[in-house]
Design a protein around this ligand. Structure first.
Ligand SMILES: Cc1ncc(C[n+]2csc(CCOP(=O)(O)OP(=O)(O)O)c2C)c(N)n1
Ligand SMILES: [Mg+2]
Length: 342
C-alpha cells in the first residue's frame, strides 16, 4: 500500500474522519470479499455448464457496498441493475438466496426461478426486481420516490444504472421528473467505461454523467468508485439531502469492469491487452485491503481466515441451492396470464 495512507501522528484516518469504527469498515470489506467469491464461483458454474448465464459485478464492489451502507433495508428502496450483487448482499440478500436464482429454484426470492440470474429482487429488503430493458428501473425508482413523497413517508430510493444506460430516454425523463418534484431519489451511475463493447467516448460528450445534473436542476457528484470511503462520504450527503427534502442526487462512480460484459461476450476482442492490464489494477478490494493492513485493522492471517469463511459460505450456498427443488411446471403460467376466476 502506498505511503499516503500512513497518517502522521495525531491525524485521523479516512474511516475515522467518517466516524466509522473498525468493525464497520471490516463488515463492508467482508461484503466485498463475499460478493467477489460468489461472482467468481458463478463463472466456474457457468463453464461447467451448471449456470446458464453470468453478468458480473467484479470491480464495482466498493461503490455498491458504500451505497448500501447509507440505506435502511426494509424502509428505503433499492431499484438495482444486473451488476449489483454486492449491493444486494449488503442489503441482506444471502449467498444462498443468490444461488437459488442462479440455479432457477422455486425458492428463489427474485422470481421463483423465472428470471435470468442477477435480475435481483428481495421483498423483505425492498429490493425491487430488476427489469432487463436497460434504464427502465430509473423510471420505476422515480415513481416509487414520488409515491413516498405524496404519502409523506420518510423513505429514500436508490437506483443504479450503467453509464451506457444513461443514453436512454427513460433515464432523462426520470431524472427530469425527480428534479421537478424534488424527489428523495439517488441515482448511482456505475461508470465502467463500456456498454458491452461501446466505450464511454462514443456514448456521451462529457467525462461524467453527473455533469448533466445541473441541466436537470439537481445535485451531481463524480467520485472514484474504487474508493469505498470516498463513495460512502458522497452517498451520505446524498441521503441526507433526500431525507431533508432537498431533492435528488446524481452520483457517478468511476469503476472498472473486470470481466467481459457477460458470459456471452469476450472483451479481448475490443479492448487491448494493455488497456485490460491497466484496468485490472483498479481493484477496489485490493485497495481497501491495503488500507486496512496499513491502518492496522486487518492482519494477513485475519484476511486469510476471512477469505476461507467466505469461500465456505459460497460452498454451502451452492450445495444447498443445488439440492433445492425446481419450480413446479404447473406454475409455469403463474404471473403470466390472469388466473381463472381472478
Ligand atoms: C433497451 C435495451 N437495449 C439493449 C439492451 C442490451 N444491453 C444489455 S446491457 C447493455 C449495455 C449497458 O451498458 P451500461 O449501461 O454501461 O452498463 P454495464 O453493463 O456497463 O454495467 C445493453 C446494450 C437491453 N438490455 N435493453
Ligand atoms: Mg458501462
Amino acid at each position: 500500500m502506498s505511503e499516503e495512507v500512513k497518517a502522521p501522528a495525531g491525524t485521523r484516518m479516512a474511516h475515522e474522519e467518517l466516524g466509522l469504527d473498525p468493525d464497520a469498515v471490516l463488515t463492508m470489506y467482508r461484503r466485498m470479499v463475499l460478493a467477489r467469491a460468489l461472482d467468481r464461483r458463478m463463472w466456474v458454474l457457468n463453464r461447467q455448464g451448471r449456470a446458464p448465464f453470468v453478468i458480473s459485478g467484479q470491480g464495482h464492489e466498493a461503490a455498491q457496498v458504500a451505497a448500501a451502507a447509507v440505506l435502511r433495508p426494509g424502509v428505503d428502496w433499492a431499484v438495482p441493475y444486473y451488476r449489483d450483487l454486492a449491493l444486494c448482499l449488503a442489503l441482506g440478500m444471502t449467498a444462498r438466496e443468490f444461488m437459488l436464482s442462479v440455479f432457477a429454484r422455486a425458492e428463489d426470492p427474485t422470481s421463483g426461478g423465472r428470471q435470468m440470474p442477477s435480475h435481483f429482487g428481495l421483498a423483505r429488503a425492498r429490493i425491487v426486481t430488476t427489469s432487463s430493458p436497460v434504464a427502465t428501473q430509473v423510471v420505476h425508482a422515480a415513481g416509487i420516490a414520488y409515491a413516498a413523497k405524496v404519502r409523506g413517508l420518510d423513505e429514500v430510493v436508490l437506483t443504479t444504472i450503467g453509464e451506457g444506460g444513461t443514453s436512454k430516454g427513460d433515464w432523462h425523463e426520470a431524472m427530469n421528473f425527480a428534479a421537478v418534484h424534488r424527489l428523495p431519489l439517488i441515482c448511482l451511475v456505475e461508470d465502467n467505461d463500456y456498454a458491452i463493447s461501446v466505450p464511454h467516448r462514443l456514448q456521451m460528450g462529457v467525462d461524467s454523467a453527473a455533469e448533466r445534473a445541473s441541466g436537470y436542476g439537481m445535485a451531481g457528484t463524480t467520485v472514484d468508485g474504487g474508493d469505498l470511503l470516498a463513495v460512502l462520504k458522497v452517498m451520505r450527503t446524498a441521503v441526507e439531502r433526500a431525507r431533508s427534502g432537498g431533492g435528488p442526487t446524481l452520483v457517478c462512480a468511476k469503476v472498472a469492469r473486470f470481466t467481459s460484459h457477460s458470459s456471452d461476450d469476450d472483451q479481448r476482442r475490443y479492448r487491448s491487452q494493455e488497456e485490460l492490464e491497466t484496468m485490472l489494477r483498479r481493484d477496489p478490494i485490493e485497495r481497501l485491503r491495503g488500507y486496512l493492513l496499513e491502518a492496522g485493522l486487518l492482519t494477513e492471517e485475519a484476511d486469510d481466515r476471512l477469505l476461507q469463511e467466505c469461500t465456505a459460505e459460497v460452498d454451502e450456498a451452492v450445495q444447498s441451492a443445488q439440492e433445492a427443488p425446481a419450480p413446479d411446471p404447473a406454475d409455469l403460467e403463474r404471473h403470466v396470464y390472469a388466473a381463472e376466476g381472478a
